[in-house]
Design a protein around this ligand. Structure first.
Ligand SMILES: [Zn+2]
Length: 332
């Protein structure tokens, strides 16, 4: 069976959100990825709980996403943690404290434990670990590079224990290995939390190679606690090879999903779409489907027509997506 979803954020007034959720159900979606930011956790938990309840009452599966939490996940939102809890932050190789929490810091993991419990208490059925990463600098690939993170006290101690030497100042192969190991261990921790709470875990790989994200995607795909693996191969305005671009990413995910008995998911661009380029959406969806992907999600609801990332003609984006989703469900 094909699964079709969309992300939803920006409205924390449950009786207003109800209209949107009905529109999502009417647009042939089967699940909704609700953002659950630090701000939501602190100020809007009850409203998010009502929105999740309404989601499920409409027969839609409810996912919750640690949107921008600690800035270590994707998300167009701010983090208070990186200001209030400076000790949790990543530190660059040159010693600067960066506005992003460290994946290795026990204090950040403690926050995420509380976040996961809150999300499941509100009715989440899937926890969506979206684009986990270390601080991202542009990289030249050279081992002498000094613009990287994290070299905080926690990371230095973990590196010393693992490699029996002080953590270098440069991005050596050992440092790259350490960062990859840290990312895998972080995901293991998150998935264990989800399983302990009785829900499914999904994750989204950033779709490019960098020492701050995953390079060996198979290591995470192999985690027993991870149920759904995906990526978000978003295309740029006026990009002409959308089907090939999305198809490559979809093949990579489909291959990993088959090898590790996971569900493969592809995210479809539904923001920043230029007027007249809505036709890229069916091209992307067809490319993912042809690669064997049966779980598709779009970022975000109604062509993102309410945020600075808005599509030029959000209604047309939304209708195009709905027509694609309807056609997928009609296939046998
Ligand atoms: Zn660190």
């Amino acid at each position: 069976m094909v699964k079709t979803g969309v992300s939803y954020y920006g409205c924390r007034i449950p009786w207003r959100a109800r209209e949107d959720l009905q529109a999502i159900a009417d647009n042939h979606c089967t699940f909704v990825v609700h953002t659950f930011s630090e701000e939501d956790h602190e100020f809007y938990a009850k409203a998010v709980g009502e929105i999740v309840r309404e989601t499920r009452a409409l027969g839609l599966e409810a996912w919750l996403d640690p949107w921008g939490v600690g800035q270590a996940f994707g998300g167009e939102t701010y983090s208070a943690l990186v200001m209030k809890r400076r000790e949790l932050c990543q530190v660059s190789a040159s010693g600067d404290t960066l506005p992003i929490c460290c994946l290795n810091h026990p204090g950040f993991r403690e926050y995420l434990t509380q976040w996961a419990k809150a999300a499941v208490d509100l009715g989440a059925q899937v926890l969506f670990w979206d684009e986990p990463h270390f601080f991202i600098y542009p990289e030249d690939g050279s081992p002498s590079a000094t613009r990287w993170a994290c070299r905080c006290a926690v990371c230095q101690a973990k590196f010393q224990a693992a490699f029996r030497q002080p953590m270098p100042m440069t991005l050596t192969p050992d440092v790259r290995r350490f960062k990859e190991d840290s990312l895998v261990e972080f995901l293991t921790f998150l998935c264990d939390e989800g399983k302990r709470l009785g829900v499914r875990n999904a994750m989204c790989y950033l779709p490019f190679e960098n020492s701050s994200t995953f390079s060996d995607w198979a290591r995470v795909a192999a985690l027993p606690g991870l149920d759904i693996i995906g990526t978000d191969p978003y295309w740029r305005p006026h990009q002409t090879d959308v089907a090939a671009h999305v198809g490559r990413a979809a093949q990579r995910i489909a291959g990993l999903a088959a090898a590790h008995q996971k569900e493969g998911q592809i995210w479809i661009l539904n923001f920043n779409i230029k007027r007249g380029e809505e036709g890229r959406i069916p091209e992307a969806i067809e490319a993912a489907y042809a690669a064997g992907i049966r779980n598709l999600a779009a970022w975000s609801y109604y062509g993102a027509g309410y945020i600075s990332l808005a599509s030029d003609d959000p209604q047309r984006v939304w209708e195009t997506l709905g027509a694609c989703y309807a056609a997928l469900h009609a296939r046998k």
